[in-house]
Design a binder for this molecule. Sequence first.
Ligand SMILES: [Zn+2]
Length: 492
Amino acid sequence: MATTPDTSVAARAKYEPVIGLEVHVQLLTASKIFCSCSTRFGDAPNTNVCPVCLGLPGALPVLNRRVVDFAVLAAMALSCEIRETSIFARKNYFYPDLPKGYQISQYDKPLAEHGWIEIKTPEGKKKIGITRVHLEEDAGKSLHEGFADAAEKTAIDLNRTGVPLIEIVSEPDIASPDEAYDYLTKLKEIILYTGVSDCNMEEGSLRCDANISVRPRGQKEFGTKTEVKNVNSFRFIREALEYEIERHIGVLESGGKISQETRLYNANEGKTYGMRSKEQAHDYRYFPEPDLLPLVVDEKWQAEIRGVLPELPEARRQRMVVDYGITEKDAAVLTDSKSLADQFESAAKAAKNPKRVANLVQSELVGRLKAKGLEIEQSPVSMKGVAMSADLVESGAISGKMLKDLYDLSFERGKDFGVVYEQEGRPEQSRDTSSLEKIIDDLIAANPKQVEQYRAGKKTVIGFFVGQVMKASKGQANPQLVNELLGKKLEG
Ligand SMILES: [Zn+2]
């Protein structure tokens, strides 16, 4: 948990935070954005390089078409308008990990603009605007540890230079650390559904910088902002923002001034530290990249890409609620990842009762997974197994109690439901009517008042008897059979 400077509740209520997020997402192409070098993560340093990505004089960039396909797909999924003609620009700055002395990015004419992501807040749904989505190349990586003279020297790995990125810039619409967390979660979910990135934060495929300022409630002008950089989990971003909000308010309340700067979050301490003052706010001296033509994504190309845009998580949840008669909560669990949702839908379509499949996921699967600390993708029981179990209960072949036992065995043995069902010799609930008839006869004898009510026309009383029989059989009786037998015996 973040430790926060002590700011009184009253002071906190006087200010409102204004947060904007810049998210870099690495696109999953096999080769880099302007050359044919591999983008593979974890290769030996400086092995995936060539004159283009090393920035050697005279080498010319050639745009990777697949990068554009992926970037446009992501922008469409984020509800952006695609700009037919966008322009690459040089962003000039000097840094050891950038041998060219400039980064090829996009500036005043980005690939896409005016998108949004919908998040849930305690006050209801809220749209967070996306200012722009633009293409750019990644820089190299400075290495400060892991080699012999690391104490005196910094090493450089240029495998990452020229790896394709999109930068997704939000509007300053985010009003709390929780909203920021929700926005990032939704953004990642959407990008994962499109398949253009693995969004792996440990490997740097998704990176987030946060801009934060506070202003007195009701004031239009923004306060001075700070930027928190290189935070490597959504939880830490939320903590860093909480810390910064408290810090800003504390400084302002004591009569001080916030200085515009970049800060780093130390997750162990739960504090941010000033890094360097921002290079005179965006004084990067951008100018159009003379080595690349304007990027034209015409209507035809856009239509092709739109054609492969998958159904996105929010729309899918809403459709599944309608199609399978399940709750929004069920739908949220089942759309946690695209592959899970795909599996569920194919299983549900094959099952006799899709709603029972969804119910079993909630009632039998989720709790057991939690207890074992497993993600749903790691479940020993597949969606096919869930569908099979649902059908067995539906047809009366097994009882609810037997189903639970089989799930327990599946988790014990780490085997799918179908395998355990076979291993156990395809158990069936008893259709031996003699023991059931004995139970029913005893119940009828013991409850003359209910029998009388039933015979007088109050047919719902049968529910009472069914409950008693199930209890007496310890949940093992086949409900269908119980109903049949009870009906006969009660009619007398
Ligand atoms: Zn290269």
